[in-house]
Design a protein around this ligand. Structure first.
Ligand code: C5P
Length: 396
């Protein structure tokens, strides 16, 4: 858990700061909010307070606000600060080291990493003054995220949109990164696979992909190059991650084998379908033609088991989703598949496991006797603990 200072300046995208704060809290970061006066014309102090769990600071010379936490204390408190949205005017002020309002003053006093996420009209963004200010900030080590291209609230089309919240979250976590995965290439599989029955129907499972995506994101933020082989899920691609979308187990196997040479660590978090339909119907199967439909299923290749003999110096991590005798089954799986670590989770529990944002796992080490328990926490936090363990095993 880290301390994140969220700065909000006065643009139409200010409402997205609410989602950013929520996302940071979900990932169990502590959040404090400081805004410009104009930001509060777009989003209320009450909303920001309710989401962050703390009073919001917006005035430099407010005795009541200063008595709760002074602007210097706030700057010292932060492990990282992010200003989203950062307007053209705000960027100009901090580029020139001005201390004419609370947020700019905090930025001047800040020693932690600062991230800014510009959002403005495309012409304001392209203006040489704004570009020069961004240059100055970048040279000074400020991290600049975005903007994205697209339709803008002002009616223009082009660069100027605030980047997606996921990208902001990724940038925050990357800034907090101790860099322990620098030089590693991490291959992660995530999500379910979908095995076609006919052109419209598939056989699939309840995996949401959230655990695998969290692992990919956390590995990227620790400095790894990450290749994410994703089954059909609607999740956004984490910041800095290279994604390959696949549908079937066969496609997943191909994608994994293609990327294997480059990988130093392989994490198989996908819930691969065990069977595929022997013969996929060319046309949509009509219900009028048959009362009982029998599908012949063939066993899919076990990607993990086939990969282990080729693993060389790589660290290979499997997952075991179990509904009973979790540790016992996971231990047997570790043995049978020959991977370095197995992450076991009890998917019979309602509050953790499949398709929810939290998880609780056991990480079984080499030999199966060495078990690290990770109690229920946000999947991002669980992913961080799994990566800590992988690092230990690789460094041992
Ligand atoms: O045997 P079981 O399906 O429980 O094993 C789970 C582990 O094996 C997971 O890491 C999963 O990604 C991997 N697996 C695989 N190919 C399959 C089935 C599972 O790589 N066909």
């Amino acid at each position: 858990m880290s301390r994140v200072l969220v700065g909000v300046s006065g643009g139409i995208a200010a409402y997205k700061a609410c989602e950013l704060i929520r996302g940071l809290r979900t990932r169990e970061h502590e959040v404090r909010v400081a805004t410009t006066q104009n930001a509060l014309r777009f989003v209320s102090s009450l909303t920001l307070q309710a989401l962050s769990g703390h009073a919001v600071r917006s005035e430099l010379f407010s005795l009541s606000q200063e008595s709760e936490i002074s602007h210097i204390e706030l700057a010292d408190w932060a492990d990282v600060a992010i200003v989203a949205p950062a307007t053209a005017g705000f960027l100009a002020r901090i580029a020139h080291g001005m201390a004419d309002d609370l947020l700019a003053t905090i930025c001047l006093a800040l020693r932690a990493p600062l991230i800014v996420a510009p959002a403005m009209n495309v012409n304001m963004y392209r203006h040489p003054a704004t570009q020069a200010n961004l240059d100055v900030l970048a040279k000074r080590g400020v991290r600049i995220v975005g903007p994205d291209r697209g339709e803008l609230a002002c009616g223009w089309e082009g660069e100027g949109r605030l980047v997606a919240v996921e990208e902001l979250l990724g940038a925050v976590e990357q800034a907090l990164d101790p860099g322990t995965y620098q030089g590693e290439v991490v291959l992660v599989t995530a999500g379910p696979t979908a095995e076609a029955v006919d052109p419209v129907r598939v056989l699939t499972n309840r995996s949401s992909g959230k655990m695998g995506f969290a692992l990919a994101e956390q590995a990227a933020r620790r400095g790894a190059e990450v290749i994410l082989v994703a089954g059909p899920v609607g999740l956004p691609t984490p910041y800095g991650v290279q994604r390959m979308n696949v549908e079937s187990a066969a496609q997943m196997q191909q994608a994994v084998m293609d990327a294997l040479d480059r990988a130093t660590i392989v994490i198989m978090a996908a819930a691969v379908a065990d069977y595929r339909v022997a013969e996929r119907a060319r046309e949509k199967i009509k219900r009028e033609t048959q009362d009982v439909l029998t599908l012949e299923l063939l066993r899919n290749p076990d990607i993990l088991a086939e990969l282990v003999p080729r693993k060389g110096g790589r660290t290979v991590v499997g997952f075991a989703a179990e509904t009973e005798r979790v540790l016992e089954n996971a231990r047997a799986k570790l043995e049978r598949k020959g991977c370095d670590l197995i992450v076991a989770n009890d998917v019979a529990r309602q509050d953790t496991g499949f398709d929810v944002d939290r998880n609780a796992v056991w990480i079984l080490g080499p030999g199966g006797n060495d078990v690290v328990e990770v109690p229920a926490a946000a999947k991002q936090e669980v992913a961080a603990r799994i990566l800590d363990r992988i690092r230990q095993v690789r460094d041992a």
